[in-house]
Write a protein of this length. Structure first.
Length: 346
């Protein structure tokens, strides 16, 4: 395990986070990893080619649902690359990252500009009740205050949100598509013509391919399975990172280091989990150093954990199963008051 050598008190400069930055830079963990990303590009391109070649070869058949599941995995891996590009993990400059980001977003049918803006707001204020878009979801409640504000059918959904969490993720893929289209139509992204053209091309080519090869009934089921499983995979990759961790309320002040560490959770599991979750399992390190290349997060993890232990900062890490258990337990507890019958007042 890589060790962290504390700086002598007389040589420490600035904040605790500045000290941690110096440690990370000393180990070269912010350096670009072009070779690693070339490998990821090649693997993803091969998998994408295999998936769509199999789709064309198999032809009209209910076995295409296996192809749909395979392509859901591939599309999530492509989305992970778009995520890395949005954080400038691949190249030092913005232009190269934006090219990669737009390309990968187009392959999966997302708006790169919309998603990057939303995700950056999340990074700036993780788990903040008023400023983190990731915990402002109409059908879910992550705090008691959000639960109390629910009305009508949404109140029932929030009350049973733990049981409905994974089924609701089946709609996450559709939600990402729709949100991107809305952002372009409302001109909420910088490159409106480019993003509009990429989204239109994705929809046209995707639907043309599916309905050209498959009869209508199979085509509709293929799309439902592909998009539904893609949404589940995406949701299962991002949900364990913050859901169920402490939230930050208006007026509460935390320094950058604690704001990122206390609201984030790591997921253990080795290189298999690293691949399946696209490096997002090192959520604490990723939030502290968003531009750190994915391949370096594994090496940064013990450094950050030791630093937090030495400075008395709680550092949350659990298994994949444990993370989902915590998420569902939190959602169940927050929704509990909404499951109780309302008492009529006179």
């Amino acid at each position: 395990m890589t060790s962290i050598d504390p700086e002598p008190a007389a040589t420490r400069r600035g904040t605790e986070f500045a000290e941690l930055c110096r440690v990370v830079k000393r180990h070269g963990l912010l350096n670009r990893r072009h070779g690693s990303y070339v490998g990821k590009f090649a693997v993803n391109a091969a998998l994408l080619a295999v998936g769509w070649t199999a789709f064309a070869v198999v032809g009209p058949s209910w076995w295409q649902l296996v192809t749909a599941a395979f392509l859901a995995v591939v599309h999530t891996q492509l989305a992970f690359i778009g995520h890395d590009a949005g954080h400038k993990q691949i190249f030092a400059g913005r232009r190269g990252n934006d090219v990669v980001g737009h390309l990968h977003a187009a392959l999966v049918g997302m708006s790169y500009g919309w998603w990057t803006g939303k995700h950056n707001r999340h990074h700036a204020n993780p788990n903040h009740e008023d400023e983190d878009p990731d915990i402002q979801i109409s059908v879910l409640a992550f705090t008691a205050e959000q639960a109390a504000a629910k009305r009508g059918a949404v109140r029932w959904l929030a009350g049973h949100q733990a049981a409905l969490f994974f089924p609701l993720l089946l709609l996450e893929g559709l939600s990402l598509h729709v949100a991107g289209v809305k952002a372009v139509l409302r001109r909420e992204v910088k490159a409106v013509p480019l993003e509009g053209a990429l989204l239109a091309a994705h929809v046209a080519l995707y639907l043309a391919a599916v309905f050209w090869v498959l009869p209508p009934a199979q085509a509709v089921v293929f799309i439902a399975v592909h998009q539904g499983l893609w949404g589940v995979y995406m949701g299962c990759s991002f949900a364990p990172n913050h859901k169920g961790m402490p939230t930050v309320s208006a007026g509460q002040r935390l320094d950058f280091l604690r704001k990122q560490v206390l609201t984030s959770r790591n997921v253990r599991g080795g290189r298999v989990v690293d691949f399946l979750l696209g490096g997002l399992n090192y959520q604490i390190e990723h939030h502290l150093f968003p531009s750190m290349p994915r391949a370096n997060l594994r090496r940064a993890q013990p450094l950050v954990e030791q630093f937090c232990a030495r400075n008395g900062i709680p550092y949350s890490q659990t298994s994949a199963i444990g993370s989902y258990r915590q998420v569902l337990s939190h959602l169940h507890a927050v929704g509990a008051p909404l499951r109780r019958p309302r008492v009529a007042t006179t």
